[in-house]
Ligand binder design. Structure first.
Ligand code: ADP
Ligand code: MG
Length: 391
């Protein structure tokens, strides 16, 4: 554990999944749609509904949580009492557990046993009427509830006002599946008209880069997360198009850098962090390579430990050095190229054309899948365990 060097982290908790940032980048459209869907509630007190859908890590939960909190404040300013409850249906399985979570909002000590579902519903009605409050209920991961308990609870909430009394309920349902509401009964489904659905598309690379920068600024001291690190993180997260790997990679890379007593994060910290995030099957894949391919990969990995990406020329030079070191005959340029493309196809390296070379196009090779440090260690280990190299 290094103790020297300036601290990297300003606040690690800002990289926790539970932290709700006060701003969500690139989600203005979704937030505005929610605001306009719920405008009638502010103006006339009429309940509304919304359905948020999009794949995991696209910001649905956090948009809903922020919206619920801010809407409550806006309503208070408009002289209306709006209580909000956000319940995750996967964590609280079943109608009973969900109702209990809602009731605990109003009464922290509401007992977890001894009340039936109808009694819980009656209690909730009583709570809302006493406060003359509207309930804005967010049911996150609604598909878990529909699968386990069916549509009954959602039905009850969509018909809330018709069951008598003066309290009203608005529903925001969230799912990663666009067709989640097909499991609702027809009556409830008609409440969720198509116009109430809000899509959360995947993030593009530029958006992921903004999110990375935004979270890095919150979590780390200024000047400790260089642009190339953010770039690599955006590259790695792009395939999934989701903000969670961005946050995970920042955290793990930061922890790795901290362990090393580094003054700033490097691409290598990201790669090592990534190995920890997903666990790597590097050993398995490397074992399948023959000696020549191992040498090519080792050359690239050694270079990549020090720099974000490697040109073909640099890789070929490093390969020559490695061949010398291990007493192996160096293959020609065309052969070398073939190996690079194979390693790319195996997902061990990433080779792509860049338009920026001195002599027109050049190929840029990077190691994204497995930390370069882990690759070097693995390959050197596997080469040493064969017949001792002539050195
Ligand atoms: P979902 O519910 O769609 O799976 P979340 O709302 O839980 O996604 O977001 C996953 C993580 O990514 C959270 O830590 C969240 O704060 C962060 N995040 C998602 N979108 C953004 C964004 N646009 N700006 C900043 N952070 C984001
Ligand atoms: Mg979520």
């Amino acid at each position: 554990m290094a103790v020297s060097g300036a601290a990297l982290f300003r606040d690690k908790a800002k990289l926790s999944f539970d932290y709700v940032p006060d701003r969500l980048l690139h989600r203005d459209r979704q937030i505005h749609r929610l605001q306009s869907l719920f405008r009638p509630l502010l103006d006339a007190g009429s309940p509304s509904t919304a359905f948020l859908h999009g794949s995991v890590g696209t910001g649905k939960t956090h948009v809903a949580r922020r919206f619920a909190a801010e809407f409550g404040k806006a309503a208070a300013e408009a002289g209306k009492a709006v209580e909000s409850a956000v319940v995750n249906c996967r964590q609280r399985m079943g109608d009973d557990a969900i109702l209990l979570a809602i009731l605990r909002k109003f009464d922290e000590r509401f007992p977890d046993r001894g009340f039936s579902i109808p009694e819980k519903l009656a209690t909730l009605r009583g709570q809302l009427e006493r406060r003359r409050a509207h309930l804005l209920l967010v049911l996150d991961e609604i598909d878990a509830l529909l699968k386990k308990s069916g549509p009954q609870l959602v039905y009850t909430f969509t018909r809330w006002a018709e069951e008598g009394g003066r309290s009203t309920v608005s529903l925001v349902l969230i799912s990663s599946k666009a067709d989640a509401l097909e499991k609702l009964d027809p009556a409830s489904r008609s409440t969720f008209r198509r116009g109430n659905a809000i899509e959360f598309p995947k993030y593009g690379r530029a958006e992921l880069l903004d999110i990375a920068r935004f979270r890095a600024d919150l979590a780390f001291h200024p000047g400790t997360v260089p642009e190339e690190v953010l770039d690599l993180i955006a590259d790695l997260a792009e395939e999934e198009g989701d903000a969670r790997p961005v946050i995970e990679l920042l955290l793990y890379a930061g922890l790795q850098a901290e362990d090393e007593g580094a003054r700033e994060l490097t691409p290598e910290h990201v790669r090592i962090g990534r190995g920890e995030v997903r666990g790597t099957d590097a050993a398995e894949r490397i074992r399948g390579l023959d000696l020549t391919r191992k040498l090519v990969l080792l050359a690239i990995a050694r270079k990549a430990r020090k720099q974000l990406s490697v040109t073909t020329g640099e890789a070929e030079n490093a390969y020559a050095v490695v061949c010398e070191e291990f007493g192996e005959k160096k293959r020609g340029h065309t052969q070398f190229w073939k190996y690079v493309r194979e390693l790319d196809a195996l997902g061990l390296i990433d080779a792509k054309l860049s338009g920026e070379g001195l002599v027109g196009k050049t190929t840029i090779i990077s190691v994204t899948e497995i930390p370069a440090k882990a690759l070097v260690t693995q390959i050197e280990g596997s080469l040493r365990s064969r017949a001792a190299p002539t050195k």
